[in-house]
Design a protein around this ligand. Structure first.
Ligand code: SF4
Length: 368
């Protein structure tokens, strides 16, 4: 295994000689699963190619968005083993519409252009409840709403006895602008069966995402890695995202999410082990390489990686640092210690320290 310093040095070296043929193949979007595996086993070459592709695609610009996260409830009927956030109805909270509006008002006043809303699977929530949140925000504020994971859409469909397409159409009509591609975890059912047996299956996640894209609702794509999955599972997940993107072009970005092992059953199952810096670097670099030419934006999550860790990922294929957030409850519950807010100034400072050029963007990656 290469050290952190060696990994950073490798990512910085210009690509010549070794691997040039593979690099050209990737540039032509001809990468195969075997190529990805070969690169995962040759991290120095992987890092060099990922850094080169990032330079070619995004230059030195690193983007971020001024946004606010709102976790409107932690009451959840789910049973994901990696979750430290959910509570039973008797112990949890559910924000009122007014409390949500107050948070949006504060965010907009502080310059937020995106409101990100996600929560637990509240047993009494039907499509009308999700729509009410959207409608009330849109009635009062001109702001992009990035909300509700595929699992929440699935939950709304079951509770409301509707198909997912009808739910998505209602959400869009109520003001949904885009969706987080969370609840993806690892898109391989044998892994999902172990870590989140009650969550929607891979096929259902794909169906909701593709339907959203078809209806004009762009989404992000995520992968939670560093628990019980293998390198093959990660590559399978990345190629699945790639195949969806080839078909729909509806993903705005890909966000690798390192597993947070505190206060949850999965963390205990893996002995409290979180993915190392090296593993994180490999996953970010693989994402850049596998998605090259299809999804230009690879985000490093400062909440999960720490701000310093996210800054370092800019050498391994990442070109975006995500949002200011203002509030974050899900990762914090599972042991994240990076805080809940990074000001635009702090994010810009981090980007400049990495020798890059900071630029504010909106959810759809238009520079502001
Ligand atoms: S991850 Fe989401 S769906 Fe799963 S238990 Fe936690 S809050 Fe519920």
């Amino acid at each position: 295994m290469v050290s952190v310093k060696a990994a950073e040095a490798a990512a910085d070296v210009c690509l010549k000689g070794e691997g040039e043929g593979l690099y050209e193949k990737i540039r032509k979007r001809d990468i195969t699963r075997n190529d990805a595996m070969l690169l995962a086993e040759n991290p120095r070459l992987l890092f060099r190619i990922a850094n080169e592709l990032r330079k070619e695609t995004c230059g030195d610009v690193v983007t971020y968005v001024v946004n606010r996260n709102i976790n409107f409830t932690n009451i959840c009927v789910g049973s994901c083993k990696f979750c430290a956030f959910r509570r039973r109805a008797s112990e949890g909270y559910l924000l009122s519409i007014q409390e949500i509006l107050d948070k949006v008002e504060e965010a907009v006043r502080r310059g937020a252009v995106e409101i990100c809303i996600q929560g637990g699977l509240h047993p009494d929530f039907h499509v009308e409840n999700y729509c009410e949140i959207l409608e009330r925000i849109k009635e009062n504020f001109d702001v992009h709403i990035h909300a509700f994971s595929p699992m929440e859409v699935y939950h709304a469909a079951i509770n409301s006895k509707l198909c997912v397409e009808d739910v998505l159409m209602e959400l869009k009509a109520a003001g949904l602008d885009s969706m987080p591609g969370t609840a993806a975890e690892i898109l391989v059912d044998e892994v999902r069966h172990e870590i989140c047996p009650k969550k929607l299956r891979t096929e259902e996640w794909i169906k909701i995402i593709k339907t959203a894209h078809r209806l004009g609702i762009p989404t992000t794509a995520t992968m939670m890695f560093g628990h019980i999955e293998t390198v093959e599972h990660r590559i399978e997940h990345l190629f699945l995202i790639r195949e969806i993107q080839e078909e729909t072009k509806g993903f705005t970005e890909f966000i690798p999410l390192p597993f947070m092992p505190k206060n949850n059953e999965l963390g205990r199952m893996v002995g409290g082990r979180a993915p190392s810096f090296f593993e994180c670097a490999v996953v970010h670099a693989l994402a850049r390489v596998v998605l090259h030419g299809l999804c230009d934006n690879i985000q490093a999550s400062w909440v999960k990686l720490t701000p310093e860790g996210a800054k370092k990922m800019l050498n391994f294929g990442a070109n975006d640092l995500g949002g200011t957030l203002m509030e974050e409850n899900i990762s914090k519950a599972a042991g994240a210690t990076s805080g809940e807010y990074m000001s635009p100034e702090a994010l810009e400072c981090l980007i400049r320290e990495a020798g890059r050029i900071p630029r504010k963007r909106n959810t759809l990656y238009e520079l502001l």
